[in-house]
Design a protein around this ligand. Structure first.
Ligand code: ATP
Ligand code: MG
Length: 680
């Protein structure tokens, strides 16, 4: 992407050309940590110094202090077989023992591990001692079904306690799990089962969503059914959790009730000690840009970085905090920041089954008030939805227990960041905007609360122990103020060890653009302080008259207008300029009606085009702005710009199987039949 993501001397339409970030930075605000927060923070500025002085010694210390080893490691990193790393390679350990048993052994068995809140309002409190019993039973039950160390288990469950238990039971016997988000279709499930060659699937009759029971088991039955021309799957058994009491089809000999299997199982189970590089899980990426990749993570390095980041980025105090990450375990955030990070650190956390708007739009805030949640981690898409619903809703609840807020999944628009800070965080809780990927396994770039002065819209700095940079086409670091490709130049403990069964694709996808350096696929920029701003995927970057424009910047400019709740921009082929900016916007509730007739829509379009020109510069002015009722998103809530590009270029819409709601594209297409305004 590059050089000219920054402003140049070029003139466009007689005006100084600029592409934006420097404008957004003009209004940049920065929030230094309060002295009280800094005085009690887990993270200290000295962490950066320590990691810089000796990075491997730093990671060895984290691994020793945060993880319990059966056999201590003597070698920190072996990079001789790059890009496949070995971290702590001669150590042995068990992930479930680290997440559960050692806390019980340390006398904390009665500490609450999970406050579960079901969507219908049912609740369950699970202590570490309860978790130890249940995970041990589940591990014995899996053994009884013939699952042994190295076998793969697919988990397809709603957000219930059993989801965490199932993951830990697999880890306890050294069987890599592959969690598939419960919202995926039978086809998506089948392809993941086939790719991972799973022996067992753990599912439920169904779960609760938006006030009613939805079914899960039928999708498993369909995924495993014999199909013309397709190989039968390797699955021997299906373990079924009863959650909703709905009737299910039953395949004798294959299907087993979870409660029957656990009841029959012994409550004692000796964890299987595995090597640090033993596979812990395979997880398919969100599929925002295309076909998901089966990302492989191993045990020792992954657990080290999950625990280290959870402790320092969220400032976790295990004795007093109540932590809540809203991510589903179907995503990497649910792996690292629901299951492994928090439990390794002995945290007390909330797990909630349902959506934020059921039975009312204040459900999340009600839960925070009820459990006195002190650390809250969610995604920009959810924050924007809450902004759209209006701040009167969170204002009805007592949110004063909150002391750290986190964001992950996409860039957070500065406008949404400020709203999050003010309305949810009471203008005091620091916000950590955490950049990372399924592939990185754990947080890589983020402020450290109590240390870093936070900036709305910027993920800011690589964590101590992480070496990240923004480089140009020739892999040279760009100076402050410059834009380019975000890369990770040194291996890190929780890095992916490959794409399941496809070493070549692994090398090709991540290590070929800049030999020897991991390229993450994202564009970024360094501001004058050297802080990193994510600019969007490089595949999405637009090239208008030779100027490279960032999706994130233009979207943030649109969202900073009071009319706009959400925005997505894409580059569409344009005869004159190469590409032209096309924007899709959702208006905020009270303004939505304004675009109902063509005249109103034209006025909205004019106002927003001028707004972008003013905020960023005339070069970034969208050629067309379309008011839409919804945006296409993945099931994890990320905007799928490639589908919008198809719409903007009048193409048949491409592969939409990872889309959360397939009717959205029809809605958008029908909206386009009545153009919302004129172009010039
Ligand atoms: P696929 O790789 O299959 O297209 P995906 O990239 O959406 O899917 P994930 O691993 O869930 O799969 O998401 C990682 C990506 O999410 C990052 O590469 C980045 O584009 C985006 N992202 C995550 N956190 C942030 C953040 N804090 N700021 C900006 N972007 C972020
Ligand atoms: Mg990705």
């Amino acid at each position: 992407m590059p050089e000219n993501v920054t402003a140049t001397e070029n003139q466009v339409d007689g005006q100084p050309e600029s592409t934006g970030l420097e404008n957004l930075l003009h209004e940049e605000r920065s929030f230094p940590p309060s002295p009280e927060f800094a005085a009690q923070a887990n993270a200290r500025p000295a962490l950066y110094e320590e990691a810089k002085a000796d990075r491997l010694a730093f990671w060895a210390r984290q691994a020793t202090e945060l993880v319990s080893w059966r056999t201590p490691f003597t070698e920190t990193l072996d990079w001789s077989n790059a890009p496949v790393a070995r971290w702590f390679g001669d150590g042995t350990l068990n992930a479930a023992y680290n997440a559960v048993d050692r806390h019980v052994e340390a006398g904390n068995g009665e500490r609450v591990a999970i406050h579960f809140e079901g969507e219908p309002g049912d609740t369950r409190t699970v202590t570490y001692a309860d978790l130890q019993r249940e995970v041990s039973r589940a591990a014995n039950a899996l053994n009884a079904l013939g699952v042994t160390t190295g076998d793969r288990v697919v988990i397809y469950l709603p957000m219930i306690v059993e989801a965490v238990v199932a993951m830990l039971a697999c880890a306890r016997i050294g069987a890599p799990h592959s969690v598939v988000f419960g919202g995926f279709s039978a086809d998506a499930l089948r392809s993941r089962i086939a790719d991972a060659e799973a022996k067992v699937v753990i599912t439920a009759d169904g779960g609760y969503r938006r006030g009613s029971a939805s079914a899960l088991k039928p999708a498993v039955d369909e995924a495993l059914a014999a199909k013309d021309g397709a190989e039968p799957t390797t699955v021997e058994h299906v373990l079924v959790v009863r959650r909703t009491e709905q009737d299910v089809e039953w395949t004798q000999g294959r299907d087993v009730w979870w409660h029957d299997a656990l009841e029959a199982a012994d409550v004692q189970h000796t964890p299987v000690w595995v090597e640090a590089e033993h596979p812990l899980f395979i997880l398919y990426t969100s599929g925002t840009t295309g076909k998901p990749k089966g990302i492989l993570h191993t045990t020792g390095g992954y657990l080290t970085q999950a625990a280290y980041t959870h402790k320092n980025v969220f400032d976790l105090k295990a004795e007093s905090d109540v932590y809540w990450c809203t991510a589903d375990i179907g995503w990497v955030t649910g792996h690292s920041y629901v299951t492994y990070g928090p439990l390794l650190n002995g945290a007390t956390q909330v797990i909630y089954e349902g959506t934020p708007d059921s039975p009312h739009q204040g459900r999340w805030w009600e839960i925070i008030e009820k459990y006195k949640v002190s650390i809250f981690y969610t995604a920009p898409t959810a924050i924007r939805a809450c902004m759209k619903w209006g701040e009167e809703i969170p204002n009805k609840f007592d949110l004063t227990s909150l002391r750290v807020l986190g964001s992950v999944g996409e860039s957070i628009n500065p406008e949404a960041w400020m709203w999050y800070r003010r309305v949810i965080g009471g203008d005091k809780a620091p916000i950590v905007d955490t950049w990372w990927q399924t592939e990185t396994g754990a947080i890589m770039i983020s402020p450290l609360p109590g240390v870093t002065a936070t900036k709305p819209g910027s993920a800011q700095v690589p964590l101590p122990g992480i070496v990240a940079d923004v480089v140009d086409d020739n892999a040279q670091p760009v100076p402050n103020g410059g834009g380019g490709y975000l890369v990770l130049s040194e291996p890190w403990p929780s890095m992916l060890r490959g794409i399941w069964g496809d070493l070549e694709r692994f090398k090709d996808t991540y290590w070929s653009r800049f030999p020897g350096i991991y390229f993450a696929g994202d564009g970024a920029k360094k501001d004058e302080d050297g802080d990193i701003w994510l600019l969007g995927r490089v595949d999405d970057v637009m090239n208008v008259s030779g100027h490279r424009l960032s999706t994130t910047e233009i979207e943030s400019a649109l969202v900073s207008n009071p009319l706009v709740a959400e925005a997505a921009v894409v580059g569409a082929t344009d005869e004159l300029t190469g590409q032209a900016v096309v924007a899709f916007v959702i208006l905020r509730g009270e303004h939505a009606a304004r675009a109902a007739d063509p005249e109103g829509a034209a006025a909205v379009e004019l106002e927003l085009r001028n707004h972008v020109a003013k905020e960023i510069g005339p070069i970034a002015k969208p050629r067309k702005i379309l008011v839409v009722p919804e945006l296409p998103k993945t099931r994890s809530g990320k905007i799928m710009r490639r589908l919008l590009r198809d719409v903007a270029e009048n193409r048949t819409v491409g592969d939409a199987t990872t889309l959360a709601d397939s009717s959205v594209m029809t809605l958008i297409a029908s909206g386009l039949a009545k153009p919302a305004g004129s172009e010039d």
